[in-house]
Each structure stands twice: as C-alpha cells, then as structure tokens.
Design a protein around this ligand. Structure first.
Ligand code: NAD
Ligand code: GLY
Length: 371
C-alpha cells in the first residue's frame, strides 16, 4: 500500500464578527463537493476565471458545485494584470445580468490575485453585494490576496485605486492547483511569504530560509506550512484592523516601491510579487538609512529575495530623473497623507512601522537600488 503523503487539511479562521470565515488549506479540495457544504443555499453559482486557469480547473470546480447549485454558470476573462480594469470587470456584470442572476447568486473566483480582486469587487457591487468564495490558484493568492477582503481594479494613474473592502464566505487553497504554476509565478508568491517574516515573525523567516529549496520544488508539506503560517499572520492582522486604519498597513511592506515599479513600467511587465520582492529590499535600505535596522539585516533579506528568484535591483523608470519619477509614482499611494509618502519600514527585526521619510533620503535609496 502506498503511503499518503498529502498534508492533512488545515483551517485558519478570519475573525471578523458576522463577516468571519474559514480558509481551508489542503490537497484535492477544489473539485470536492464536501469543501462547499457549509455555504448558504442558493440556486445559482457563477465561476469567474480566466483563459489560462479555466481550461485547467473550471471543470472539476463546476462538477463539485453542481451537487449544490441548480445552475453553474461561468465567465472567462482575458488573462493579465493589464486586464484588471473597467472593461474586464464589466464582463462579470454582463454575465450576471445576462443570465438574470439574483442577489443570492454565489460568485466563485477561480484564479490568481487578478481574478480574485476583480471577482471580489464585482461581488461587492452587484446588486449592492452578493456572496463570493475565493478559490485561489497561485501561491501569491493563497498566501495573501484571497484573504482579508481587499478587492480592486487598477487605474492608469495608480494600482488598485478603485475597489472595496468586501470579505468572502470562504477561501479554498488547493495545493494541487499549484502543480501547473510556472516557476516565475511561484517566485512571485514567495515574495509575499517572505514579507511576513520581517514584519511579524522572525522564526518564520528562519524557517523560510531553511526550506526555500523545498518551497521552490513545490514540496507539498513545505507549501502547506508556508501557506498556513502566512494566512495565520494575515488573519491576526486583519482581525485587528479590517479596513487598514492602522496596523494592516504593515502588510504593504515593499509595496510602495513595488507599486511604483508596476505602474511605472506598465502593468504586467514586472509581476506584482517581483515588484514586492525588490520593493522589500528598497524598503529595507530605507529602514537602514533611518537607523532602524543594521546592514546585516538588509543583506540577509536581499540574499533571501535573490535566492527566491526575484529581482533585487529596481528598474530605471526615467533616464532624466529616475528618483523623481519614483517619487511622483509613489505619491499616488493609498497610504499617502496630504501628499506625503508613507513607507512601511522595518523597525527592528520582526516589527514594522509606517512613517514618512525625507525626499532626499528616499532619493539616495532609489539611486543606490536601481540598476
Ligand atoms: P495573476 O492573478 O495575474 O496570476 C498569475 C498568472 O498565473 C496568470 O497568468 C494566471 O492566469 C496564471 N495562473 C493562475 N493560477 C495558475 C495555475 N494554477 N496554473 C497555471 N497558471 C496559473 O497574479 P497573482 O500573482 O496571483 O496576483 C497578483 C494580483 O493580486 C495583483 O493584481 C495584486 O495587486 C493583487 N493582490 C491583491 C491583494 C489583496 O489583498 N487583495 C494582495 C496581494 C496582491
Ligand atoms: N496585501 C495587503 C493587505 O491585504 O492588506
């Protein structure tokens, strides 16, 4: 008899009073009817996916959902960060209205963070709110974007600028879905996993350093632990500050520089996780220049980001005034206050803080960190 090597199913809970929900992590979940048996009764389900993920996983999901819903509909969006926009969002509303979907219809976001963010925003706004379930299929989405209820689309002038806080009913992280994930996308997910170490848990950072090869070779036990611990940390933060009035901003470590890179290059040129990986290195340098961490910490983080297959040097966004261009892009950030850029910095290992920094110092960091 062959030993079963699949990790046991784990559950992490997001505690938000009546908006609480479970994150279920394990193998073989997506296509199993029992995964969805706690969801409220409804007639119709709409699977929202994209042209890459739908051919891989929509059929088993639909099969499982047919045991619960009379009608299982599907809409397939174009793939890519550059489609995280109004015209693509409209395709979801077209499917909902075109099929006469009522306000009990449950949306299922099947895909990475782009599909998840757009489906969540559609669910938040269709008939002023319909239920939705996240079925994340990238590592990044399983450890971050599917959890916590941030939904959004991009605007040409700024990333994730139009959206809503809207929690799913459930998050289903199927480890088997990661089998088809390309290496570059796996690395992008590792960026968000690494992020949880410096901001909250240095023991987890030690563990990531020790298990990076296992994660990169998709070892199921390593992936299961990384996803569970990441979700636990995110649940701890979101449970205290759902709408980012304070603490939740620490989850944006690396994102201020990273979002500038993403929008400065044009959405989709660098992956979100690549921007975050490089952005964490830049934010660590800023923390060091502010006297909050030593250079050994910066070198340690840079080494790990590099080993994870992520860029550690920022791209040049302007041949004439590169630092000025970064600063201009970073001012369009949801954390900015009265035009002042607010950075997530590391205030000693395992602890993050949000603060402003003099433009001159930020310019020094950008000059030092861009290739
Ligand atoms: P993505 O959604 O673009 O997915 C990456 C690529 O992998 C896509 O081409 C996708 O089709 C493909 N893919 C997905 N699952 C696959 C699978 N199992 N096998 C093969 N290919 C697969 O990118 P992402 O990295 O998942 O998410 C990035 C997005 O998430 C960004 O828009 C970012 O702003 C957002 N985000 C949101 C939050 C949040 O809290 N809401 C947090 C972090 C990131
Ligand atoms: N990814 C940042 C957040 O959810 O707050």
């Amino acid at each position: 008899m062959q030993a079963n090597t699949s990790p046991a199913v784990a559950r992490v809970h997001i505690h938000l009073a009546e908006r609480s929900y479970p994150i279920v992590i394990g193998a073989g979940l997506l296509g199993s009817a029992s995964t969805y048996e706690q969801l409220p009764k409804a007639t119709t389900a709409l699977i929202v996916s994209n042209t890459t993920v739908a051919p891989l996983y929509a059929a088993p999901l639909a099969h499982a959902l047919r045991t619960r819903y009379q009608k299982v509909l599907q809409v397939t969006l174009p793939d890519g960060e550059d489609h995280k926009d109004w015209p693509t969002l409209q395709l979801i509303f077209d499917a909902l209205l075109g099929n006469g979907c009522d306000r009990k219809t449950v949306l299922f976001a099947l895909g990475g963070g782009v599909v998840g963010d757009m489906t969540g925003f559609a669910a938040a706004s269709y008939m002023r709110g319909v239920p939705f379930v996240q079925v994340p299929t990238t590592l990044l989405a399983q450890v971050d974007s599917s959890v916590g209820g941030k939904t959004a689309i991009n605007h040409p002038l700024g990333k994730n600028m139009i959206g809503a806080f809207y929690q799913p009913l459930q998050v289903v992280c199927d480890l088997d879905a990661l089998a088809t994930l390309p290496p570059r996308e796996l690395s992008a997910g590792l960026a968000e996993i690494i992020k949880y170490g410096p901001i909250a848990d240095m023991v987890f950072l030690d563990w990531i350093e020790g298990h990076l090869e296992a994660l990169m070779s998709k070892d199921p036990a390593a992936l299961a632990h990384a996803i569970q611990r990441s979700c636990e940390i995110k649940a701890w933060v979101v449970g205290q500050d759902e709408r980012e009035s304070g603490l939740r901003a620490i989850l944006n470590f690396g994102h201020t520089f990273g979002h500038a890179i993403e929008s400065g290059l044009g959405y989709g040129v660098w992956l979100h996780g690549e921007g975050v990986g490089c952005g964490m290195v830049m934010a660590a340098h800023l923390s060091q220049r502010l006297g909050l961490v030593d250079m050994a910490f910066v070198d340690r983080l840079t080494g790990l980001v590099l080993r994870a297959g992520l860029p550690v040097k920022g791209p040049v966004l302007s041949a004439t005034d590169n630092a000025g261009r970064y600063l201009e892009l970073m001012r369009v950030d949801k954390k900015s206050e009265a035009g002042e850029i607010r950075f997530v910095v590391i205030d000693g290992p395992g602890k993050a803080a949000v603060r402003g920094a003099p433009d001159a110092l930020v310019r020094e960091v950008i000059d030092a960190c861009c290739a």
